[in-house]
Design a protein around this ligand. Structure first.
Ligand code: NAP
Length: 482
Protein backbone atom coordinates (compact mmCIF):
# COMPACT_ATOMS: atom_id res chain seq x y z
CA UNK A 1 0.00 0.00 0.00
CA UNK A 2 1.46 3.36 -0.98
CA UNK A 3 -1.08 5.63 0.67
CA UNK A 4 0.54 7.97 3.17
CA UNK A 5 -2.29 7.71 5.69
CA UNK A 6 -5.05 5.28 6.45
CA UNK A 7 -8.72 6.16 6.70
CA UNK A 8 -8.28 6.44 10.47
CA UNK A 9 -5.55 9.03 10.03
CA UNK A 10 -2.68 6.86 11.28
CA UNK A 11 0.47 6.98 9.26
CA UNK A 12 1.23 3.43 8.19
CA UNK A 13 4.16 3.59 5.79
CA UNK A 14 7.88 3.05 5.87
CA UNK A 15 10.08 6.12 6.22
CA UNK A 16 13.30 5.85 4.22
CA UNK A 17 15.64 8.64 3.18
CA UNK A 18 13.14 11.33 4.20
CA UNK A 19 10.21 9.87 2.25
CA UNK A 20 7.09 8.03 3.43
CA UNK A 21 6.39 5.14 1.17
CA UNK A 22 4.93 1.65 0.91
CA UNK A 23 7.11 -1.45 0.82
CA UNK A 24 8.66 -2.54 -2.47
CA UNK A 25 6.60 -5.72 -2.36
CA UNK A 26 3.42 -3.61 -2.13
CA UNK A 27 2.15 -5.68 0.78
CA UNK A 28 0.72 -4.71 4.14
CA UNK A 29 0.03 -6.33 7.50
CA UNK A 30 -2.95 -5.55 9.73
CA UNK A 31 -2.59 -3.62 12.99
CA UNK A 32 -5.25 -4.74 15.45
CA UNK A 33 -7.08 -3.08 18.33
CA UNK A 34 -6.71 -5.79 21.01
CA UNK A 35 -9.80 -4.60 22.87
CA UNK A 36 -12.09 -5.83 20.09
CA UNK A 37 -9.87 -7.41 17.43
CA UNK A 38 -10.75 -4.85 14.73
CA UNK A 39 -8.19 -3.84 12.11
CA UNK A 40 -7.23 -0.20 12.67
CA UNK A 41 -4.62 0.12 9.92
CA UNK A 42 -2.80 -1.79 7.23
CA UNK A 43 0.91 -1.12 7.65
CA UNK A 44 3.47 -1.42 4.86
CA UNK A 45 5.63 -4.54 4.89
CA UNK A 46 9.32 -3.72 4.36
CA UNK A 47 11.21 -6.12 2.13
CA UNK A 48 14.83 -6.96 2.95
CA UNK A 49 15.83 -4.58 0.15
CA UNK A 50 13.80 -1.81 1.83
CA UNK A 51 15.66 -2.51 5.08
CA UNK A 52 19.02 -2.29 3.33
CA UNK A 53 17.87 0.93 1.62
CA UNK A 54 17.09 2.36 5.07
CA UNK A 55 20.62 1.57 6.27
CA UNK A 56 22.03 3.07 3.05
CA UNK A 57 20.01 6.24 3.69
CA UNK A 58 21.27 6.44 7.27
CA UNK A 59 24.84 5.94 6.03
CA UNK A 60 24.47 8.70 3.46
CA UNK A 61 23.08 11.13 6.05
CA UNK A 62 25.73 10.37 8.69
CA UNK A 63 28.59 12.70 7.66
CA UNK A 64 26.42 15.81 7.63
CA UNK A 65 24.37 14.98 10.72
CA UNK A 66 27.39 14.01 12.82
CA UNK A 67 29.00 17.32 11.86
CA UNK A 68 26.05 19.50 12.95
CA UNK A 69 26.61 21.70 15.95
CA UNK A 70 25.47 20.05 19.18
CA UNK A 71 23.24 23.05 19.82
CA UNK A 72 21.44 22.45 16.53
CA UNK A 73 20.77 18.82 17.38
CA UNK A 74 19.72 19.87 20.84
CA UNK A 75 17.18 22.37 19.52
CA UNK A 76 15.60 19.83 17.17
CA UNK A 77 15.14 17.44 20.08
CA UNK A 78 13.72 20.23 22.20
CA UNK A 79 11.20 21.03 19.44
CA UNK A 80 10.19 17.35 19.35
CA UNK A 81 9.58 17.60 23.11
CA UNK A 82 7.45 20.71 22.59
CA UNK A 83 5.37 19.06 19.85
CA UNK A 84 4.74 16.00 22.02
CA UNK A 85 3.76 18.24 24.91
CA UNK A 86 1.09 19.76 22.65
CA UNK A 87 0.03 16.42 21.19
CA UNK A 88 0.35 14.07 24.17
CA UNK A 89 -3.31 13.09 24.05
CA UNK A 90 -3.04 12.18 20.37
CA UNK A 91 0.03 10.04 21.06
CA UNK A 92 -1.78 8.41 23.99
CA UNK A 93 -4.76 7.60 21.80
CA UNK A 94 -2.62 5.86 19.17
CA UNK A 95 -1.05 3.73 21.90
CA UNK A 96 -4.42 2.84 23.41
CA UNK A 97 -5.72 1.76 20.03
CA UNK A 98 -2.86 -0.49 18.95
CA UNK A 99 -1.54 -1.66 22.33
CA UNK A 100 -4.77 -1.87 24.33
CA UNK A 101 -3.47 -0.13 27.46
CA UNK A 102 -5.63 2.06 29.69
CA UNK A 103 -5.77 5.73 28.71
CA UNK A 104 -4.13 6.90 31.95
CA UNK A 105 -1.23 4.49 31.34
CA UNK A 106 -0.90 5.74 27.76
CA UNK A 107 -0.88 9.36 28.88
CA UNK A 108 1.74 8.60 31.52
CA UNK A 109 3.83 6.90 28.85
CA UNK A 110 3.45 9.86 26.48
CA UNK A 111 4.80 12.13 29.23
CA UNK A 112 7.65 9.75 30.04
CA UNK A 113 8.47 9.32 26.34
CA UNK A 114 8.70 13.02 25.55
CA UNK A 115 10.99 13.65 28.53
CA UNK A 116 13.76 11.70 26.76
CA UNK A 117 13.73 14.34 24.05
CA UNK A 118 14.06 17.14 26.63
CA UNK A 119 16.69 15.30 28.68
CA UNK A 120 18.90 14.44 25.70
CA UNK A 121 18.39 17.92 24.21
CA UNK A 122 20.20 19.00 27.39
CA UNK A 123 22.83 16.25 27.15
CA UNK A 124 23.64 16.93 23.45
CA UNK A 125 25.54 20.05 24.45
CA UNK A 126 27.37 18.40 27.38
CA UNK A 127 29.25 15.55 25.69
CA UNK A 128 32.28 14.98 27.94
CA UNK A 129 35.98 14.97 27.09
CA UNK A 130 39.32 15.04 28.92
CA UNK A 131 42.58 16.92 28.53
CA UNK A 132 45.46 16.13 30.88
CA UNK A 133 49.18 15.68 31.16
CA UNK A 134 50.53 12.12 31.30
CA UNK A 135 52.08 11.14 34.67
CA UNK A 136 55.66 11.30 33.32
CA UNK A 137 54.98 14.58 31.52
CA UNK A 138 55.87 13.31 28.03
CA UNK A 139 52.49 14.03 26.36
CA UNK A 140 48.99 15.43 26.57
CA UNK A 141 46.21 12.87 26.86
CA UNK A 142 43.21 14.14 24.92
CA UNK A 143 40.01 12.07 25.14
CA UNK A 144 37.14 12.96 22.83
CA UNK A 145 33.87 11.29 21.90
CA UNK A 146 32.57 10.86 18.40
CA UNK A 147 29.24 9.46 17.17
CA UNK A 148 29.47 5.69 16.91
CA UNK A 149 27.75 5.71 13.52
CA UNK A 150 24.66 4.18 11.96
CA UNK A 151 22.56 2.66 14.73
CA UNK A 152 19.89 0.01 14.54
CA UNK A 153 17.14 0.49 17.13
CA UNK A 154 14.75 -2.39 17.85
CA UNK A 155 11.84 -1.86 20.23
CA UNK A 156 9.06 -3.91 21.89
CA UNK A 157 5.29 -3.39 21.98
CA UNK A 158 4.76 -2.79 25.69
CA UNK A 159 5.98 0.83 25.78
CA UNK A 160 5.89 1.64 22.06
CA UNK A 161 6.63 5.35 22.47
CA UNK A 162 9.01 5.47 25.44
CA UNK A 163 11.21 2.57 24.33
CA UNK A 164 11.62 4.34 20.97
CA UNK A 165 12.37 7.82 22.36
CA UNK A 166 14.74 6.36 24.99
CA UNK A 167 16.90 5.25 22.03
CA UNK A 168 16.15 7.89 19.39
CA UNK A 169 16.91 10.83 21.66
CA UNK A 170 20.43 9.83 22.79
CA UNK A 171 21.33 8.51 19.33
CA UNK A 172 20.37 11.78 17.65
CA UNK A 173 21.91 13.87 20.44
CA UNK A 174 25.18 12.00 19.93
CA UNK A 175 25.13 12.68 16.18
CA UNK A 176 24.21 9.18 15.00
CA UNK A 177 21.78 8.34 12.23
CA UNK A 178 19.33 5.51 12.82
CA UNK A 179 17.02 2.82 11.50
CA UNK A 180 14.12 2.13 13.85
CA UNK A 181 12.43 -1.30 13.79
CA UNK A 182 9.37 -1.23 16.07
CA UNK A 183 7.40 -4.27 17.25
CA UNK A 184 4.93 -5.49 14.64
CA UNK A 185 2.01 -5.09 17.08
CA UNK A 186 2.68 -1.35 17.55
CA UNK A 187 4.13 0.31 14.42
CA UNK A 188 1.67 3.23 14.39
CA UNK A 189 3.14 4.81 17.50
CA UNK A 190 6.64 4.53 16.04
CA UNK A 191 5.51 6.10 12.75
CA UNK A 192 3.93 8.99 14.65
CA UNK A 193 7.09 9.58 16.74
CA UNK A 194 9.20 9.57 13.57
CA UNK A 195 6.82 12.07 11.99
CA UNK A 196 7.15 14.32 15.05
CA UNK A 197 10.93 14.25 14.61
CA UNK A 198 10.63 15.27 10.96
CA UNK A 199 8.34 18.14 11.94
CA UNK A 200 10.93 19.15 14.55
CA UNK A 201 13.53 19.45 11.78
CA UNK A 202 15.43 16.15 11.60
CA UNK A 203 16.95 16.08 8.09
CA UNK A 204 16.20 13.39 5.51
CA UNK A 205 17.97 10.07 6.09
CA UNK A 206 18.80 10.74 9.75
CA UNK A 207 15.85 8.70 11.04
CA UNK A 208 14.43 5.78 9.06
CA UNK A 209 11.62 3.40 9.91
CA UNK A 210 11.19 -0.17 8.68
CA UNK A 211 8.71 -2.94 9.49
CA UNK A 212 9.88 -6.20 7.94
CA UNK A 213 7.61 -9.22 8.02
CA UNK A 214 10.30 -11.86 8.48
CA UNK A 215 12.11 -9.96 11.18
CA UNK A 216 14.98 -12.39 11.86
CA UNK A 217 16.51 -12.47 8.37
CA UNK A 218 15.80 -8.77 7.77
CA UNK A 219 17.57 -7.69 10.96
CA UNK A 220 20.44 -10.09 10.27
CA UNK A 221 20.82 -8.54 6.83
CA UNK A 222 20.90 -5.01 8.29
CA UNK A 223 23.41 -6.06 10.94
CA UNK A 224 25.68 -7.45 8.23
CA UNK A 225 25.69 -4.05 6.49
CA UNK A 226 29.19 -2.63 7.03
CA UNK A 227 27.82 0.81 7.95
CA UNK A 228 25.96 -0.45 11.05
CA UNK A 229 28.09 0.08 14.17
CA UNK A 230 25.49 -0.07 16.93
CA UNK A 231 22.55 -2.22 17.91
CA UNK A 232 20.31 -0.94 20.67
CA UNK A 233 17.68 -3.54 21.51
CA UNK A 234 14.82 -3.67 23.98
CA UNK A 235 12.86 -6.88 24.14
CA UNK A 236 12.99 -10.42 25.44
CA UNK A 237 16.17 -12.09 26.68
CA UNK A 238 15.52 -14.89 24.20
CA UNK A 239 15.74 -12.55 21.18
CA UNK A 240 18.55 -10.60 22.85
CA UNK A 241 20.69 -13.75 22.92
CA UNK A 242 20.14 -14.30 19.18
CA UNK A 243 21.10 -10.70 18.42
CA UNK A 244 24.23 -10.86 20.60
CA UNK A 245 25.39 -13.87 18.62
CA UNK A 246 24.71 -12.03 15.36
CA UNK A 247 26.47 -8.90 16.61
CA UNK A 248 29.61 -10.96 17.18
CA UNK A 249 29.91 -11.53 13.41
CA UNK A 250 30.73 -7.91 12.70
CA UNK A 251 31.67 -6.90 16.28
CA UNK A 252 28.83 -4.41 16.59
CA UNK A 253 28.51 -2.51 19.87
CA UNK A 254 25.31 -3.59 21.63
CA UNK A 255 23.02 -2.16 24.26
CA UNK A 256 20.56 -4.72 25.57
CA UNK A 257 17.48 -3.95 27.65
CA UNK A 258 16.02 -7.40 28.21
CA UNK A 259 13.49 -9.25 30.29
CA UNK A 260 12.93 -9.03 34.02
CA UNK A 261 11.45 -11.04 36.89
CA UNK A 262 11.16 -8.38 39.58
CA UNK A 263 10.88 -9.50 43.20
CA UNK A 264 8.83 -7.32 45.57
CA UNK A 265 9.90 -7.76 49.20
CA UNK A 266 7.80 -6.74 52.18
CA UNK A 267 10.06 -6.96 55.24
CA UNK A 268 8.97 -7.29 58.86
CA UNK A 269 8.17 -3.82 60.21
CA UNK A 270 7.17 -2.48 56.76
CA UNK A 271 4.45 0.15 56.57
CA UNK A 272 1.83 -2.15 55.06
CA UNK A 273 -0.36 0.62 53.63
CA UNK A 274 2.65 2.12 51.86
CA UNK A 275 3.68 -1.33 50.60
CA UNK A 276 0.20 -1.94 49.19
CA UNK A 277 0.22 1.47 47.51
CA UNK A 278 3.63 0.66 46.00
CA UNK A 279 2.50 -2.83 45.00
CA UNK A 280 -0.49 -1.49 43.10
CA UNK A 281 1.75 0.85 41.08
CA UNK A 282 4.57 -1.66 40.60
CA UNK A 283 2.13 -4.34 39.48
CA UNK A 284 -0.65 -2.52 37.66
CA UNK A 285 1.28 0.18 35.77
CA UNK A 286 0.76 -0.62 32.10
CA UNK A 287 -1.55 -3.48 33.09
CA UNK A 288 1.44 -5.46 34.35
CA UNK A 289 3.02 -5.50 30.87
CA UNK A 290 6.26 -3.85 31.97
CA UNK A 291 9.76 -5.25 32.26
CA UNK A 292 9.79 -3.44 35.62
CA UNK A 293 6.50 -4.98 36.78
CA UNK A 294 6.59 -6.61 40.22
CA UNK A 295 6.44 -10.27 39.23
CA UNK A 296 6.55 -12.14 42.56
CA UNK A 297 5.81 -10.87 46.05
CA UNK A 298 7.79 -12.18 49.06
CA UNK A 299 5.96 -11.09 52.18
CA UNK A 300 7.11 -11.62 55.76
CA UNK A 301 4.69 -13.85 57.62
CA UNK A 302 4.14 -11.19 60.33
CA UNK A 303 2.46 -8.87 57.79
CA UNK A 304 1.37 -11.44 55.21
CA UNK A 305 -2.37 -11.59 55.97
CA UNK A 306 -2.69 -7.83 56.32
CA UNK A 307 -0.79 -7.19 53.06
CA UNK A 308 -2.73 -9.84 51.15
CA UNK A 309 -6.09 -8.53 52.39
CA UNK A 310 -5.33 -4.89 51.67
CA UNK A 311 -3.83 -5.62 48.22
CA UNK A 312 -6.88 -7.69 47.30
CA UNK A 313 -9.18 -4.88 48.47
CA UNK A 314 -7.20 -2.31 46.47
CA UNK A 315 -7.50 -4.34 43.27
CA UNK A 316 -11.11 -5.44 43.73
CA UNK A 317 -13.39 -3.18 41.76
CA UNK A 318 -10.62 -2.13 39.35
CA UNK A 319 -12.61 -1.27 36.22
CA UNK A 320 -11.49 -3.43 33.29
CA UNK A 321 -12.38 -2.58 29.68
CA UNK A 322 -11.29 -0.77 26.51
CA UNK A 323 -8.59 1.79 27.30
CA UNK A 324 -10.24 4.37 25.10
CA UNK A 325 -12.93 4.70 27.80
CA UNK A 326 -11.02 6.78 30.32
CA UNK A 327 -13.01 5.34 33.23
CA UNK A 328 -11.28 1.96 32.79
CA UNK A 329 -8.16 1.57 34.91
CA UNK A 330 -7.07 -1.70 33.28
CA UNK A 331 -7.08 -2.07 29.50
CA UNK A 332 -6.53 -5.06 27.24
CA UNK A 333 -3.35 -7.10 26.93
CA UNK A 334 -1.64 -6.61 23.58
CA UNK A 335 -3.14 -9.76 22.05
CA UNK A 336 -5.30 -12.78 22.79
CA UNK A 337 -2.13 -14.87 22.60
CA UNK A 338 -0.49 -12.82 25.40
CA UNK A 339 -3.72 -12.99 27.43
CA UNK A 340 -3.79 -16.77 27.11
CA UNK A 341 -0.17 -17.03 28.29
CA UNK A 342 -1.13 -15.17 31.47
CA UNK A 343 -4.24 -17.34 31.96
CA UNK A 344 -2.22 -20.55 31.55
CA UNK A 345 0.32 -19.45 34.18
CA UNK A 346 -2.44 -18.68 36.69
CA UNK A 347 -4.23 -21.97 36.00
CA UNK A 348 -1.00 -23.89 36.47
CA UNK A 349 -0.28 -22.13 39.78
CA UNK A 350 -3.78 -22.99 41.04
CA UNK A 351 -3.36 -26.61 39.98
CA UNK A 352 -0.12 -26.66 41.96
CA UNK A 353 -1.93 -25.49 45.11
CA UNK A 354 -1.95 -21.67 45.07
CA UNK A 355 -5.22 -20.09 46.27
CA UNK A 356 -7.06 -17.40 44.30
CA UNK A 357 -7.90 -14.40 46.47
CA UNK A 358 -9.10 -12.40 43.47
CA UNK A 359 -9.69 -12.73 39.73
CA UNK A 360 -8.23 -15.58 37.74
CA UNK A 361 -10.49 -15.24 34.72
CA UNK A 362 -10.43 -13.98 31.14
CA UNK A 363 -13.20 -11.61 30.13
CA UNK A 364 -15.50 -13.06 27.44
CA UNK A 365 -14.58 -10.53 24.70
CA UNK A 366 -11.27 -8.90 23.77
CA UNK A 367 -7.79 -9.59 25.21
CA UNK A 368 -8.77 -8.77 28.81
CA UNK A 369 -7.72 -10.48 32.03
CA UNK A 370 -8.98 -9.65 35.51
CA UNK A 371 -6.69 -8.27 38.23
CA UNK A 372 -5.63 -11.41 40.06
CA UNK A 373 -4.12 -12.14 43.48
CA UNK A 374 -2.68 -15.61 44.17
CA UNK A 375 -1.92 -16.67 47.73
CA UNK A 376 0.58 -19.19 49.11
CA UNK A 377 2.47 -19.59 45.86
CA UNK A 378 5.55 -21.83 45.98
CA UNK A 379 8.86 -20.13 45.28
CA UNK A 380 10.28 -21.94 42.25
CA UNK A 381 6.90 -22.61 40.62
CA UNK A 382 6.49 -21.55 36.98
CA UNK A 383 4.72 -18.30 37.83
CA UNK A 384 7.67 -17.15 39.97
CA UNK A 385 10.13 -18.09 37.23
CA UNK A 386 8.33 -16.57 34.24
CA UNK A 387 7.86 -12.92 33.34
CA UNK A 388 4.06 -12.82 33.70
CA UNK A 389 3.39 -9.55 31.80
CA UNK A 390 -0.17 -9.32 33.09
CA UNK A 391 -2.16 -8.08 36.13
CA UNK A 392 -1.30 -11.04 38.38
CA UNK A 393 0.21 -10.81 41.87
CA UNK A 394 1.61 -14.11 43.22
CA UNK A 395 2.31 -13.93 46.97
CA UNK A 396 4.94 -16.11 48.69
CA UNK A 397 5.27 -15.93 52.50
CA UNK A 398 8.71 -15.97 54.15
CA UNK A 399 10.03 -16.18 57.72
CA UNK A 400 13.61 -15.02 57.41
CA UNK A 401 15.03 -11.97 55.59
CA UNK A 402 18.12 -13.86 54.38
CA UNK A 403 15.81 -16.45 52.82
CA UNK A 404 13.86 -13.64 51.10
CA UNK A 405 17.07 -12.19 49.65
CA UNK A 406 18.09 -15.63 48.45
CA UNK A 407 14.73 -16.18 46.73
CA UNK A 408 14.83 -12.68 45.21
CA UNK A 409 18.25 -13.43 43.69
CA UNK A 410 17.29 -16.94 42.58
CA UNK A 411 16.73 -15.99 38.92
CA UNK A 412 18.71 -15.48 35.74
CA UNK A 413 17.25 -11.94 35.59
CA UNK A 414 18.39 -8.83 37.43
CA UNK A 415 16.54 -5.80 36.16
CA UNK A 416 14.73 -4.38 39.16
CA UNK A 417 13.57 -5.20 42.68
CA UNK A 418 11.25 -3.49 45.17
CA UNK A 419 11.94 -3.47 48.90
CA UNK A 420 9.50 -2.20 51.52
CA UNK A 421 10.59 -2.01 55.13
CA UNK A 422 12.14 0.16 57.81
CA UNK A 423 14.51 2.49 55.88
CA UNK A 424 17.84 1.22 57.24
CA UNK A 425 17.00 -2.45 56.80
CA UNK A 426 15.37 -1.90 53.39
CA UNK A 427 18.45 -0.03 52.17
CA UNK A 428 20.80 -2.75 53.35
CA UNK A 429 18.64 -5.43 51.67
CA UNK A 430 18.62 -3.30 48.48
CA UNK A 431 22.40 -3.52 48.39
CA UNK A 432 22.29 -7.32 48.57
CA UNK A 433 19.95 -7.73 45.61
CA UNK A 434 21.47 -8.48 42.21
CA UNK A 435 19.52 -5.99 40.12
CA UNK A 436 20.42 -2.90 38.14
CA UNK A 437 17.68 -0.95 39.91
CA UNK A 438 16.08 -1.18 43.34
CA UNK A 439 13.06 0.81 44.50
CA UNK A 440 13.06 1.34 48.25
CA UNK A 441 9.64 2.08 49.74
CA UNK A 442 8.30 3.20 46.36
CA UNK A 443 6.58 1.58 43.41
CA UNK A 444 8.22 3.25 40.44
CA UNK A 445 11.81 4.11 39.49
CA UNK A 446 11.76 5.14 35.82
CA UNK A 447 13.16 8.60 35.19
CA UNK A 448 15.03 9.85 32.09
CA UNK A 449 17.64 11.34 34.43
CA UNK A 450 18.41 7.97 36.07
CA UNK A 451 20.40 5.04 34.63
CA UNK A 452 17.95 2.35 33.50
CA UNK A 453 19.24 -1.15 32.91
CA UNK A 454 19.77 -4.62 34.24
CA UNK A 455 22.33 -7.03 35.61
CA UNK A 456 22.71 -10.71 34.70
CA UNK A 457 20.53 -11.74 31.73
CA UNK A 458 18.41 -8.59 31.97
CA UNK A 459 20.82 -6.71 29.80
CA UNK A 460 23.98 -4.82 28.98
CA UNK A 461 24.44 -1.06 29.20
CA UNK A 462 22.25 1.70 30.56
CA UNK A 463 19.67 4.00 29.02
CA UNK A 464 18.76 7.49 30.20
CA UNK A 465 20.92 9.56 32.58
CA UNK A 466 24.26 10.94 31.46
CA UNK A 467 25.31 7.40 30.49
CA UNK A 468 22.60 6.98 27.87
CA UNK A 469 24.36 9.17 25.33
CA UNK A 470 27.68 7.35 25.85
CA UNK A 471 26.08 4.20 24.41
CA UNK A 472 26.03 6.04 21.06
CA UNK A 473 29.50 7.57 21.30
CA UNK A 474 32.88 6.09 20.60
CA UNK A 475 35.72 7.21 22.85
CA UNK A 476 38.88 8.35 21.11
CA UNK A 477 42.26 9.04 22.73
CA UNK A 478 44.65 11.37 20.97
CA UNK A 479 48.23 11.62 22.26
CA UNK A 480 49.88 14.93 21.54
CA UNK A 481 52.81 17.04 22.62
CA UNK A 482 52.78 18.20 26.23
P1 NAP B 1 10.48 -9.58 21.65
O1 NAP B 1 9.61 -10.66 21.18
O2 NAP B 1 11.86 -9.89 22.05
O3 NAP B 1 10.46 -8.47 20.50
C1 NAP B 1 11.14 -7.26 20.64
C2 NAP B 1 11.51 -6.72 19.28
O4 NAP B 1 12.43 -7.63 18.66
C3 NAP B 1 10.33 -6.59 18.32
O5 NAP B 1 10.52 -5.45 17.53
C4 NAP B 1 10.43 -7.86 17.49
O6 NAP B 1 9.88 -7.73 16.20
C5 NAP B 1 11.94 -7.99 17.39
N1 NAP B 1 12.38 -9.35 17.08
C6 NAP B 1 11.77 -10.53 17.33
N2 NAP B 1 12.51 -11.55 16.89
C7 NAP B 1 13.62 -11.02 16.34
C8 NAP B 1 14.78 -11.58 15.72
N3 NAP B 1 14.95 -12.88 15.56
N4 NAP B 1 15.72 -10.71 15.28
C9 NAP B 1 15.58 -9.40 15.43
N5 NAP B 1 14.52 -8.81 16.01
C10 NAP B 1 13.55 -9.62 16.48
O7 NAP B 1 9.85 -8.82 22.92
P2 NAP B 1 8.37 -8.25 23.09
O8 NAP B 1 7.46 -9.41 23.34
O9 NAP B 1 8.02 -7.28 22.02
O10 NAP B 1 8.54 -7.38 24.42
C11 NAP B 1 8.46 -7.92 25.67
C12 NAP B 1 9.83 -8.16 26.27
O11 NAP B 1 10.57 -6.95 26.27
C13 NAP B 1 9.75 -8.58 27.71
O12 NAP B 1 10.67 -9.63 27.95
C14 NAP B 1 10.18 -7.33 28.47
O13 NAP B 1 10.73 -7.56 29.73
C15 NAP B 1 11.16 -6.73 27.54
N6 NAP B 1 11.32 -5.31 27.83
C16 NAP B 1 12.48 -4.91 28.45
C17 NAP B 1 12.66 -3.58 28.77
C18 NAP B 1 13.91 -3.10 29.44
O14 NAP B 1 14.14 -1.91 29.45
N7 NAP B 1 14.73 -3.97 29.99
C19 NAP B 1 11.66 -2.65 28.47
C20 NAP B 1 10.50 -3.09 27.85
C21 NAP B 1 10.35 -4.44 27.52
P3 NAP B 1 8.43 -8.33 15.86
O15 NAP B 1 7.46 -7.61 16.72
O16 NAP B 1 8.27 -8.01 14.41
O17 NAP B 1 8.49 -9.80 16.17
Amino acid sequence: MTLEQTATGYRSDLFIGGRWRGGSGERTFPVLDPSDGTVIADFAVATEEDCVAAVDAAEAALPEWSATAPRQRSEILRRAFDILTEEREHLAEIMVRENGKAFADALAEADYAKEFFRWFAEEAVRIPGEFRLSPNGDKRIVVTHQPIGVSLLITPWNFPAAMATRKLAPALAAGCTVVLKPASETPLTAAYVVEVLTRAGVPAGVVNLVTPERVGPAVERMMAHPAVRKLSFTGSTEVGRILLRQAAETVISTSMELGGNAPFLVLPGADVDLAVQGAVVAKMRNGGAACTAANRFYVHRSVYDEFAGKLTDALRGYSVGPGIDRANKLGALVSVKERDKVADLVDEAVTEGARLALGGRKLPDGAFYEPTVLLDVEHGSAITRTEVFGPVSPLVPFDDVDEAVRMANDTIFGLIAYVFGETGQAFSVAQRIDAGMVAVNRGVVSDPAAPFGGMKQSGLGREGSSEGILEFLEEKYIATAP
